[in-house]
Design a protein around this ligand. Sequence first.
Ligand code: FE2
Ligand code: FE2
Length: 181
Amino acid sequence: MKGTFLTDVQELRRRARAHVEAGAVTEGYKGDRETVIKLLNEALATELVCVLRYKRHYFMATGIHAEPVAAEFQQHAKEEQGHADEIAGRITQLGGEPNFHPDGMLTRSHSEYVEGDSLTDMIREDLIAERIAIDSYAEMIRYVGEDDPTTRRMLETILAKEEEHADDMAKLLSSLDPTKA
Ligand SMILES: [Fe+2]
Ligand SMILES: [Fe+2]
């Protein structure tokens, strides 16, 4: 039946009416919902840990180069919070529950929470965390594939932002410490 548009309209309407309580999740949903929700909860934890780490770095940034770097930390914290909100929203659309529980958050998270002793340390740790996020989003995107285009699109947009973040941190690092570039 390739080439024809999926099902007849009656069948589409019937499917939409059945299981109305499932909201945005229809019978046509091709993803493994449980797994997608679990992965999204790990992404949520990753983003929340990133918010906390960037906030810590923002408030602890000191020294002559601190001001522009701190501003960047603050900006990233805000953007990671935005990602966390988008992910939590998608989890509820899929009929799941976003896990905001502090217990186990660091275990669910893919990125780490490292405080760092100096400005350079902080930037390096943030760069590492962004590189982890990049790999983990890329893997999730490959997993979701064509099964859940909405989740995939969201993950792709977030991935592009994480790449920007990594680039920001790499540039800051090389401007402060040319030996690490
Ligand atoms: Fe993020
Ligand atoms: Fe990021």
